[in-house]
Write a protein that binds this ligand. Structure first.
Ligand SMILES: [Zn+2]
Length: 133
């Protein structure tokens, strides 16, 4: 369960318990206790509202991340990884097919960073600085 939602559920349970207690007190007509209990109920309800707002933000963030991961899957179909080299198989967003990419950036950050390649030397990635082959 998403932590913010778990906290909201826990607080909602507390809210229900407080409301049940308030009803018992209301039945026995103890006004001072009833007022204190109502203040606790209002406070708990306010917390539920804040926790749900936090949970909503988290869900929006996760949906965005999910969309990024789905986009990454599409990119993975046009990448060829052979003996340590990461090569673009088709033209993609201005990067020509056959371009060597930084394998570290591709696997860790899911981004395509072209690296200049010399036949005899490994190139340094301009983004992360690792040696790309
Ligand atoms: Zn890199």
């Amino acid at each position: 369960m998403i932590p913010e939602i778990a906290t909201a559920v826990q607080t909602a349970s507390t809210l229900i318990s407080l409301t049940k207690e308030a009803k018992k007190i209301a039945d026995s007509l103890k006004q001072a206790e009833l007022k204190a209990m109502l203040a606790d109920i209002i406070s708990a309800a306010a917390n539920v509202k804040l926790e749900l707002a936090d949970a909503n933000e988290e869900i929006v963030r996760l949906k965005q991340r999910n969309a990024e991961l789905e986009a990454f899957e599409d990119i993975s179909k046009i990448i060829e990884i052979t003996s340590g080299s990461t090569i673009l198989k088709e033209d993609y967003r201005g990067i020509k097919a056959g371009t060597y990419l930084c394998p570290a950036c591709y696997s860790a950050k899911k981004i395509l960073v072209p690296v200049a390649r010399d036949v005899s030397h490994a190139a340094k990635c301009p983004h992360c600085g690792s040696s790309a082959r």
